[in-house]
Design a protein around this ligand. Structure first.
Ligand code: SDX
Length: 440
């Protein structure tokens, strides 16, 4: 049997053969389906891209039904168990595990770029004391584009290499500086003798000691959490990265757009919302009353559900295991009891079962971060740091993909046509168009 679709247009009785490649049809092949020569032809309509592949990618594989997540073919469980974040970032960016020499060179290149221009401190000092750190991060990542005008040469492989190192290296520094600004504490410069995660902890928490020594359990926990958050194929923020960068915008501006997308409570901002939700529930005895609320459509069970995973998010399982190791060190977060009760009840409830709503990566990550001493506002920032390597990998893949060009979707036009201009004196105060209810 041929790999084609036979489409009959019942308006004309004509039949069309449309090739199937990689389980898809090219939407542009629908344009030949017309009712007359001046007909524009058929388009596909897919709000939020629920069933549309925007690209070919070899970076991350997800099987939502089987709960499988692989970076460049390597199962997330093995990477979380045996790799470090920086090695995983190399794998995601270059598509292979590094040799020792390659890893040493990669580590040097990232470490070498951890410092930011002193003027960045002035930007951060301009934010209010209570500015959300994710807002500060989005702003300062975008500002980096003004320090590296060479980044506009996106078609130059060498320039892409330098920006790759700079972005992965500097985002943690900006994140730590934002945290210190919120705390009214002096910025701590990078300590390039420490590991990627150890240095991040030092920039956050070093006080008057001459040298910060990260606790190995905490350093390992941050490595695992960063590995789990490094990439996730064509999620909302990856799509933002690709779309903005498709105009050949510099990678700092595109990364700022990706971080802005991640900031949303339905995406990377969910980990912060989970803790607000758990705090509002306050006691596991009140869980049933909140589950009832969510089922009636009053708010959402944050940290549950996923566009792709219709089974357990494999990252949530690993995070839950990591939580135990962290709590052994820093003490159990009481929010965990509420979260476990919420999960237990939700997983038995028909509403969640029939909608295939399971805990996602954000459900437990915030509980660990809070136990580690991070304020909830820092949670999306902690998501953005490792996801920078995923965004950079998506950018590099998009910019070198011959099938890609500037992203410019079509629309179904629903407005008026050919309306004559009305002089002011003839205008009547027409009733304001009713506000469209925001999607839940
Ligand atoms: C991340 O895409 C990625 O890969 C993202 C991410 C990554 O690594 O990049 O995995 C990270 O963003 C994880 C998701 C974090 N967000 C949340 O935890 C916020 C809460 N979850 C949702 O808002 C929702 O589940 C989404 C946004 C995650 C997915 O939304 P979908 O696939 O568009 O599903 P939907 O909104 O169409 O919902 C389908 C139904 C609806 O009910 P009905 O209209 O059929 O009656 O399920 C309901 C929704 O109301 N529903 C929920 C729910 N999520 C969906 N009901 C209660 N609680 C929820 N969490």
């Amino acid at each position: 049997m041929p790999d084609t679709l036979s489409i009959t247009d019942n308006r004309t009785g004509k039949t069309y053969e449309v090739p199937i490649t990689d389980g898809t049809i090219h939407a542009i092949d629908l344009r030949q389906i017309k009712t007359s020569p001046d007909d524009f032809g058929i388009m596909s309509y897919d709000p939020a891209f629920t069933n549309t592949a925007s690209c070919r990618s070899a970076i991350t594989y997800i099987d939502g039904d089987r709960g499988i997540l692989e970076y460049r073919g390597y199962p997330i469980e093995q990477l979380a168990e045996r790799s470090t974040y920086l090695e995983t970032a190399y794998l995601i960016v270059y598509g292979k595990l590094p040799t020792q020499r390659e890893l040493d060179e990669w580590t040097h290149n990232i470490t070498y770029h951890t410092f930011v221009h002193e003027n960045i401190k002035k930007f951060l000092e301009g934010f209010r004391y209570d500015a959300h750190p994710m807002g500060m991060l989005v702003g300062t990542i975008g500002a980096l584009s003004t320090f590296y005008p060479d980044a506009r040469h996106v078609l130059d492989a060498e320039s892409r290499e330098v920006q790759t190192h700079r972005l992965i290296a500097k985002v943690p520094t900006l994140a730590a500086f934002a945290y210190r600004h919120n705390r009214g504490m002096p910025f701590v410069y990078p300590d390039n003798e420490l590991s990627f995660c150890g240095n991040f902890l030092s920039m956050l928490w070093k006080m008057s000691e001459s040298k910060y020594r990260p606790d190995p359990v905490l350093e390992r926990a941050v490595n695992v959490l960063f590995i789990l958050h490094a990439d996730h194929e064509q999620n909302c923020s990856a799509n933002a990265m690709r779309s903005v960068a498709s105009s050949r915008s510099d990678p700092y501006s595109a990364t700022a757009a990706a971080a802005a997308a991640l900031y949303g409570p339905l995406h990377g901002g969910a980990n912060e919302e989970v803790l607000h939700m758990l705090a509002e529930i306050g006691d596991k005895k009140r869980v049933p009353e909140f589950v009832k609320k969510f089922k009636s459509g009053e708010g959402r069970l944050m940290g549950f559900g996923h566009r792709v995973y219709k089974n357990y998010d494999p990252r949530a399982k690993i995070i839950k295991r990591t939580a135990d190791e962290v709590f052994d060190l820093v003490g159990r977060n009481p929010m965990l009891d509420i979260a476990l009760e919420l999960e237990r009840i939700a997983l038995e409830d028909e509403y969640f079962i029939e909608r295939k709503l399971y805990p996602n990566v954000d459900f437990y990550s915030g509980i660990i971060y809070q136990a580690l001493g991070f304020p909830v506002e820092m949670f999306p920032v902690l998501f953005a740091i490792p996801r920078t390597s995923g965004w950079v990998a998506q950018w590099r893949e998009m910019i070198t993909d011959p099938e890609q060009k500037i992203a410019r979707p079509r629309q179904i036009y629903t407005g008026g046509r050919g309306i004559d201009y009305v002089p002011m004196e003839q205008r009547k105060t027409a009733p304001a168009a009713e506000a469209v209810a925001a999607p839940r």
